[in-house]
Design a protein around this ligand. Structure first.
Ligand code: TXA
Ligand code: MG
Length: 341
């Protein structure tokens, strides 16, 4: 091993240059686990054609076995290897949004072992918009299955330091690169039926999908259809900081007043209170842009955990554009949602 490579408790810290990525690719080919940057969040990759390697992902993350993984490809030509009976709209969406933050649910091909999809007959596929990620997948020579590179239930990692905090000693290597530009995960879109359904809102907006497909796109409710979650990952309390999180929704003016009252009440009681601002305090009607909120969401939650905050107060934001993904994560992270009329 070159002396320049740092290893902490068995986890190698690699840079994002080509030789280091080639090394990471050989770890993937050999059945190991490598965390790598994408434009959304850091992923924890393993060969998507190696059931043993896939099982290691579930162990390293402490991930429930019924939560399927996303398969990452480096070129559209790989799509026909990992999926079958691909509808025309998949190619249209790939053309428009790949590389990018869109995962398509398609029928799984025989190349992909059932472990990747937690036994489902479908598979989620995406081509990430990040040079290091694309190089890693291309040099590995196999599609790469990767969930977010966090311990299960923790906020997703948007910087390599978050990955190290959660997974040092549990995985073979981390590719150290810049912070993720989008900050929330990809949109998971089910196109196995006539009507496209967003199973998880994310980096590609519903509006952009509707425009590209020229049809209505549904958004599945958190509880799924008839109580059965269509995307298994959606049933777990997710993205959670260690502190309790209270989400305030409803009338903007009253919500802000209540937020101020709560902050000073809990602080007087001696609790350390963190505030996740969705608007610029003091400037009425001045919403923070949804892309900025998305960029900051997980890093702010992790920063507050590091500061040992007891309670986090967050306010709702608009549910259009990236705001839909931000609100989805906030709802899933919260211990309590207070609606004010
Ligand atoms: O941006 C992202 O999507 C990141 C980066 C690393 O690509 N990955 C990510 O993976 O967020 P993960 O495992 O944390 O979330 C995958 C989501 C889960 O909600 C899972 O249930 C859903 O996608 N999913 C995966 N395969 C599925 C399938 N066949 N059917 C329905 N939902 C699926
Ligand atoms: Mg995840």
């Amino acid at each position: 091993m070159p002396r320049s490579i740092i290893k902490v408790k068995g986890t190698m810290l690699l840079s994002d240059n080509r030789p280091a990525i080639a090394r990471a690719a050989s770890i993937i080919r050999g059945g190991g686990l490598v965390a790598f940057p994408t434009e959304t969040v850091y992923g924890l990759g393993a060969s998507a054609v190696d059931a043993k390697a896939i099982n290691k992902i579930f162990v390293a993350k402490g991930r429930p076995a019924d939560n399927p993984l996303i398969v990452h490809i480096a070129h559209v030509s790989q799509l026909e290897k990992v999926a079958c009976n691909i509808p025309e709209k998949a190619f249209l969406l790939a053309e428009k949004f790949w590389p990018g933050a869109l995962s398509l649910i398609l029928q799984r091909s025989a190349l992909i072992p059932p472990e990747v999809s937690a036994g489902l007959h479908t598979v989620a596929v995406r081509m990430p918009d990040h040079r290091a990620a694309l190089d890693l997948v291309a040099l590995s020579g196999v599609p790469v299955a990767a969930p977010s590179a966090n311990r299960s239930g923790r906020p997703s990692p948007t910087s390599y330091s978050h990955v190290l905090a959660d997974l040092t000693g549990r995985i073979d290597a981390v590719i150290k690169s810049d912070d993720c530009l989008i900050g929330v995960e990809s949109t998971v879109l089910d196109i196995t039926d006539q009507v496209p359904v967003i199973l998880r809102p994310g980096g590609v907006t519903r509006e952009a999908l509707e425009q590209a497909l020229n049809c209505k796109v549904l958004v599945s409710k958190p509880g799924g259809i008839g109580g059965t979650p269509v995307s298994p990952g959606m049933k777990y309390r997710h993205y959670s900081p260690e502190a309790a999180l209270i989400l305030l929704t409803g009338s903007e003016e009253r919500r802000r007043k209540l937020s101020d009252i709560m902050i000073s009440y809990y602080r007087r009681k001696g609790l350390s209170v963190g505030v996740l601002n969705t608007f610029n305090r003091g400037c009425s009607g001045n919403q923070i842009r949804a892309d900025q909120l998305a960029y900051r969401l997980y890093r702010d939650l992790r920063r507050m955990d590091a500061a040992k905050v007891d309670l986090i107060i967050a306010e709702e934001t608009v549910v259009s554009g990236l705001g839909l993904a931000v609100m989805n994560r906030l709802r899933k992270a919260s211990d309590r949602i207070i609606r004010i009329f």
